[in-house]
Write a protein that binds this ligand. Structure first.
Ligand SMILES: [Zn+2]
Length: 287
């Protein structure tokens, strides 16, 4: 039966990093996939020639559409908020919009709930409660997503995340071959994302790594910088077979929905690791 997946993200490019494989897989299986972004990404880091503020936002929304096309997304929605930026003082609101981290949670949740109801969403993805690596807009996505699902009666909420043990291991390995800047604090990863034991859903997206790569590549501005390297550019430099292995899984913590029995996969060593985001749901999502 055909289901509807709504993926709620903070900025254009977050979908490529966190849920692209799951989206491409669902679309390939004939399900409807809807992508909702809270903000336009106008405060994102990018090389000067990519513009800043409104100009960068326009560019990034076009990049988002290209990414959505690569993933088989049926509809893209912008909730109308402005990017708050990663850190530092929150910039003043641009004309006609509001920084997402300052948004009223109830009002933002009403906007998202309206999409969830229209789409009769079976599953909505949000972020874990620490917002992954702690971006203030990502924390807001967690709060707004949870309330919106409650308002719309969406049967399942899956919080996109990464097992922090996996990142800590990768950083330890990387520290042997790469010299981190002195201000880099590897222990910060001990507080980012969630422990592997908290993961409830591990999705095998190996067969959809090509689509995930195309989604990342669509965010051209986010692979540029005036100096230094960007994470996205580094990912895109990986040889294709390595990319497919590194990005062969996506992880979620279910915060709302029927519990699914564990499938007993070898990774992560979690109490439950269901591999199907639609398993165990009621036959029909609420009207
Ligand atoms: Zn983001």
């Amino acid at each position: 039966m055909s289901r509807t997946l709504v993926c709620f993200h903070a900025h254009p490019d977050d979908e490529a990093l966190f849920t692209a494989g799951t989206m491409a897989k669902a679309a390939a299986q004939g399900h409807r996939v809807v992508l909702v972004v809270a903000t336009d990404g106008g405060q994102g880091l990018a090389a000067t020639e990519m513009g800043h503020g409104a100009e960068l936002a326009t560019r990034r929304m076009a990049e988002l559409q290209a990414s959505a096309d690569a993933l088989g997304v049926a509809r893209v929605v912008h909730l109308g908020y402005a990017d708050s930026g990663l850190d530092g003082p929150i910039p003043p609101d641009p004309p006609g919009s509001q920084r997402f981290c300052r948004a009223d949670v109830d009002q933002a949740a009403q906007r998202l709930a309206q999409v969830l109801r229209q789409e009769r969403a079976d599953v909505v993805t949000t972020y874990d409660e620490v917002g992954g690596y702690g971006h203030r807009d990502h924390v807001r996505v967690h709060q707004v997503g949870a309330l919106a699902a409650e308002l719309a009666g969406t049967p399942r909420v899956l919080e996109a995340t990464i097992p922090r043990d996996l990142i800590a291991g990768a950083v330890r390995w990387l520290a042997k071959v790469h010299r981190f800047p002195p201000e880099f604090d590897p222990t910060a990863f001990g507080r980012a994302f969630v422990p592997a034991s908290a993961i409830t859903h591990t999705i095998d997206v190996f067969d959809h790594a090509g689509a995930k790569r195309a989604a990342m590549a669509a965010h051209v501005s986010q692979a540029t910088a005036d100096d230094g390297d960007r994470t996205l550019a580094a990912f895109l430099r990986l040889p294709k077979p390595v990319f497919s292995m590194v990005f062969s899984r996506e992880w979620y913590v279910q915060s709302r929905g029927p519990v699914v029995p564990p499938r007993g996969r070898w990774w992560p060593r979690a109490p439950a690791a269901a591999g199907d985001i639609f398993a165990g749901l009621p036959a029909q999502a609420p009207e």
